[in-house]
Design a protein around this ligand. Structure first.
Ligand code: TMP
Length: 265
């Protein structure tokens, strides 16, 4: 197993848990500066007022997020992702998470449609970037650059860096999904400060999966994302499987990750 070849094996129950969120757990990593990101099967909405276990969701999100972050890394868009370790876990770089959700919208939906009275599905005049302050007690309120800089959550330069990353991720994801017949309506990403000695780089962190995107089939407008859960439509797992299948990653789920024997010349 890839996991055994490349990392010091630490039994699951003895690993130090650093943080537990609604859908993921972070454990101490095998080397300093690394963490293990574990994907749970929990589906939550409306700040966890609605909560269910969806068997297999974590496995799918681990694979889909691995695929997206791996591609972002390959394109030179920096992320925290190092590699997938097993069905539910990936090795990531430890970063200082900026306490903001960066939402990019291409099409009116969800809270934007509600707030501005737009019909869901209306193409926006251009992509819109919004920031939300990550705070469960406050229900993640939307904030402006004024709040972000005044309260010191990020500097003006860091806001520019996050927006530049968001635009690049949006361009990449829009094209990726368009190629498999899916419209990227909107998505949420998170950013972190990656320290390398005295140097700091802003990188994409957390996950990008159908939990954090709105994905509509181009032909039928069928929802292939967490709105199926939020709106009690059913078929959440099937929708995530369909996204994975279209991206060409579903049938590899059981395939061992090891690179196999290498010919030494
Ligand atoms: P919204 O329309 O509800 O503001 O959501 C915008 C996008 O952000 C949508 O793709 C879903 C995603 N999102 C999250 O990933 N986490 C959240 O807590 C919320 C509210 C939205």
């Amino acid at each position: 197993m890839d996991f055994l070849n490349h990392t010091r094996y630490v039994p699951m129950n003895r690993r130090r848990r650093i943080y537990e969120g609604k859908a993921k757990i972070l454990y101490e990593g095998p080397e300093p500066g690394t963490l293990i990101q574990h994907f749970k099967d929990d589906a939550t909405a409306f700040n966890a007022k609605k909560h269910e276990i969806v068997d297999g969701k974590g496995v799918l999100n681990n694979r889909i997020s691995e695929y997206i972050f791996g591609n972002l890394n390959d394109m030179g868009i920096p992320t925290h992702f190092i590699r997938r370790l097993n069905m539910r876990e990936q090795l990531i770089r430890e970063v200082e998470i900026i306490p903001l959700e960066v939402v990019v919208r291409n099409v009116a939906a969800g809270s934007l449609a509600k707030r501005l009275g737009l019909e869901e599905g209306t193409q926006l005049p251009r992509s819109i970037i919004e920031f939300y302050y990550k705070n469960d007690e406050l229900n993640d309120p939307m904030v402006t650059e004024e709040h972000i800089t005044a309260f010191g959550w990020a500097t003006p330069q860091e806001i520019d860096d996050m927006m530049a990353l968001a635009v690049r991720v949006n361009d990449f994801l829009s094209g990726l999904f368009l190629g498999v017949g899916i419209r990227l309506v909107d998505f949420k990403m998170e950013c972190g400060r990656l320290w390398e000695g005295d140097m700091m780089r802003m990188v994409v962190a957390d996950e990008i999966s159908p939990d954090s995107c709105r994905l509509w089939d181009i032909q039928t407008e069928e929802k292939l994302d967490k709105d199926r859960f939020r709106r009690d439509m059913g078929g959440l797992l099937e929708a995530y499987q369909e996204v994975a299948r279209r991206l060409g990653i579903l049938n590899e789920v059981e395939r061992p990750q090891g690179s196999g024997p290498v010919l030494v010349k």
